[in-house]
Design a protein around this ligand. Structure first.
Ligand SMILES: Cc1cc2nc3c(=O)[nH]c(=O)nc-3n(C[C@H](O)[C@H](O)[C@H](O)COP(=O)(O)O)c2cc1C
Length: 409
């Protein structure tokens, strides 16, 4: 997704600047050409030399502005995407006002490339009405803002203002690149006003305190959908199994962790009527253990006949969601007759859409970073070619929005 992309990373003077060499390394590893511009204050936290060595390119700073004839314009024109990380309150305010009193800001004013901003600052600086006003203006202008996390700040207390981890930043950058490629007319707030409830991961059906039945679902597809919807401006609630909940997520994806199908069912039933779109990407076990053992089950040496486990049927969560209350999307993992089974599922579960994966293919589907899907609705089929799950997520959201509007008519 990032291969052959020209990405300019603008580093400003926040304490989190020390993390950015690793973001740059990850972007380069994924095939991007990366260049760096820094503010004077950023240089107090991290040296330009580090970035010069990592990128093998000169770094634009206020003292090193002659790296090309008119460096801020050359760099602005070169960029396919500009990432400001960490973005200080100071730089955010100036970016909003169009102030260009250093090389980094001049480049930001000159570029026509999409801009992604990762604000990071003290909690009170972030909450300040002036900062919030600037953030709102930037979002309204189509700047992609990935809001900071709530967590332990450098000041020694909890608050909102933390820079998302390196993996989260890289995922967000990948999603923005993909969203721009797939939805040229769609701005960073293309899903603003919409709310999504998304489930992810393979449920755990407990046998005893240490054992459970599960499946190969990693939760990557559901988490990619959650990140993509959030990045496009939607409100997102993710209901995730423990494996899915630890995947890199954007800070504003609110997450409830569940383990079993029963817990997932409870969470969905409590919440789904409050959301516009419900996507059941979790792989829900059809059965659960009939007799849970409070004690760890011991090996029975004397029994030659093996061990019998009684199973009972789990609730059919997808079928129980009333699609008059939301746009209802199910996933189907099939290994044969994919379209036929997906159409059956669409009708039997009265879903608005089924996203079908061919799990017989090793390189896509369960636990893979890639996927290839067929989207089925009553209006027809969409074939989405093999790609990274982040790219598939953007494609799926695009079709959901088209179909959502058709249903609403
Ligand atoms: C130790 C220290 C840490 C700082 N961390 C942050 C920060 O995380 N976020 C922020 O917005 N400002 C932070 N500041 C304040 C900025 O460095 C200051 O506003 C500066 O003018 C930013 O310049 P720039 O936006 O041109 O890089 C910090 C200052 C100091 C001394």
């Amino acid at each position: 997704m990032l291969a052959n992309q020209n990405i300019l990373v603008v580093v400003t003077g926040g304490i989190a600047a020390y993390k950015i060499p690793n973001v740059v390394r990850q972007l380069i590893k994924k095939g991007a050409s990366v260049r760096v511009a820094m503010t004077k204050t950023a240089e107090k936290f991290i040296t330009a030399e580090t970035f010069r060595v990592l990128t093998k390119e000169p770094v634009l700073t206020d003292d090193n502005y002659q790296i090309s004839p008119v460096a801020h314009i050359n760099l602005a024109d070169w960029s396919d995407l500009v990432v400001v990380t960490p973005a200080t309150a100071n730089t955010i305010a100036k970016l909003d006002e169009g102030i260009a009193d250093n090389e980094a800001l001049s480049t930001l004013l000159a570029t026509t490339a999409p801009v992604v901003v990762f604000p990071a600052m003290n909690h009170n600086m972030w909450q300040n009405k002036r900062t919030q006003r600037h953030i709102k203006n930037l979002k309204d202008d189509g700047v992609w803002v990935v809001e900071p996390e709530t967590g332990f700040l450098a000041e020694g207390y909890e608050g909102k203002g933390r820079l998302p981890d390196i993996d989260q930043q890289v995922k967000a950058i990948e999603l923005v690149t993909e969203a721009i490629a797939q939805f040229p007319p769609l701005s960073s707030s293309g899903l603003k006003g919409f709310s999504f409830l998304i489930s992810a991961g393979g449920t755990h059906e407990a046998i005893d305190p240490v054992r459970f039945l599960t499946n190969k679902s990693s939760g990557k597809m559901g988490v990619a959908l959650s990140n993509a919807a959030r990045l496009l401006g939607a409100t997102v609630k993710l209901i995730a199994t423990p494996e899915a909940a630890v995947l890199p997520k954007l800070p504003e994806v609110k997450t409830t962790v569940i383990e079993s199908a029963i817990q997932l069912n409870d969470a969905i039933q409590n919440e789904y009527k409050n959301y516009d779109v419900v996507i059941m990407a979790a792989a829900v076990s059809d059965y659960r253990v009939a007799h849970y053992s409070n004690q760890k089950i011991k090996k029975q040496h004397q029994e030659k006949s093996g061990f019998q486990l009684d199973l009972m049927t789990n609730p059919d969560i997808l079928a129980s969601i009333d699609n008059r209350q939301c746009y209802k999307v199910g996933f189907a993992a099939e290994s044969i007759d994919i379209i036929k089974y997906a159409k059956d599922k669409l009708n039997k579960k009265s879903a608005d859409m089924i996203v079908a994966n061919d799990i017989s293919k090793k390189e896509s589907g369960f636990n893979s970073d890639d996927n290839e899907v067929i989207i089925i609705t009553e209006n027809g089929e969409h074939f989405i070619d093999r790609n990274k799950k982040e790219a598939i997520a953007i494609s799926v959201l695009k079709v959901i929005m088209e179909e959502y509007h058709k249903k609403a008519k």
